[in-house]
Write a protein that binds this ligand. Sequence first.
Ligand code: ATP
Ligand code: MG
Length: 407
Amino acid sequence: DNQLFQSALPVLSTIESHGYEAYFVGGCVRDTLLELPIHDIDIASSATPDEIEAMFKHTFEVGKEHGTIVVLHNDVPYEVTTFRTEGAYSDFRRPDEVQFVRNLEEDTLRRDFTINALAFDHYGNLYDYHQGLPDLKAKLIRAVGTAQERFNEDALRMIRAIRFASQLGFTIEAKTFTSLQELAPLIENVSIERIRIEISKFFQGEFFHLNGDLLPESGLPPYIKAFSKIDVKAGIAGLKHHLKPLIENELTREESFVWALFLHSAGINEKSTIKRLLSSWTHSNQLIRDVQDTIQLLLATDANQLNSWLVYQFPDYIVKQMIDYLGAHQNEKRTELLKLYEQLPIYHRKELQLDGRRIMQVLNMEKGGPIVGKLLLEVEKLVVMGQLENDEQLLLNYVKQAYQSTN
Ligand code: ATP
Ligand code: MG
């Protein structure tokens, strides 16, 4: 981690050598003080975006109107954001205009929580204008300044509060939480994409099994349309139960996996319903497919309906994740699934000693047709189920016979 800061130091030096201030800010400072691993480094600076662009060779714009420029240094991206306040808010989402300011203290006033308003300078000196360090030690999530004002400015911060509680195992300070409950309806104004990102992190938190109930307790779900067809209480209760052993065994919890367990716990198992709900959350098609597969595999496991063909049809990572999950929950079922998976004769269609072209050849067909695909699927299924050996000659013989008997 220290290494990450070391690598970023030249970026600070360059900014400083041009006569501006620059600090490490946000999650990287918080997580370092908590002795947690850090994943990226954010920088706050007195230089404006134009000034930053002028002093580095490799930069790109990600949110220049909000003051953020990405600087590439040794191929590592650093977000450099100009010290700013957030002007007036008319719609509870995003500032109408940002105002650049020239010092760090003013910049920290627009940050969400005291533990996120900490900064390190070049030498590792800590700047703490809002008692963030005492809050870190007391494991408290407390709004910077007045919670009501912070949540009125940007209602997403309410979801971020419970997200950090789930990730860090912290308590939301009493006044911050009462304000949150009071202002919950404001979340209606926030875009579902921003909410989704925070909810996913909330579901994946290391302390979800302890703090997951904060979501129903917050009073937020009724004001989030994408939750309206979901029994959130049941979903959270089930998800806590499913995730506890995974968390305790430090097993990974992919985004698609936690959403699958959440929906399954809320009684949502049907493919088209999953698709409809997750689309309203603006999830990607890839994630939606993974959730559908995970739930289907879970149902088959519970109903003792596992078989080779079924296991073969899921992507490897879905099966492997389920094996880990079962290891933490029901070891006999883990053994069963693992055995089925390890004993699969093939893992992909391309391993089949036969393809459509070969079928057409041996059947003297000029053009392909639905029959070719049908035969191929039939053969694939028999091989996977262990009823036909994956040997080219045997497969061809089978195809010839099957073709003749249909004609
Ligand atoms: P993570 O470890 O998830 O990256 P983080 O604290 O770095 O956590 P980011 O979303 O990367 O979170 O934001 C970086 C910093 O920017 C935060 O620490 C906080 O100071 C500030 N910030 C981000 N989003 C908001 C917001 N909606 N309102 C106020 N400040 C915010
Ligand atoms: Mg961050």
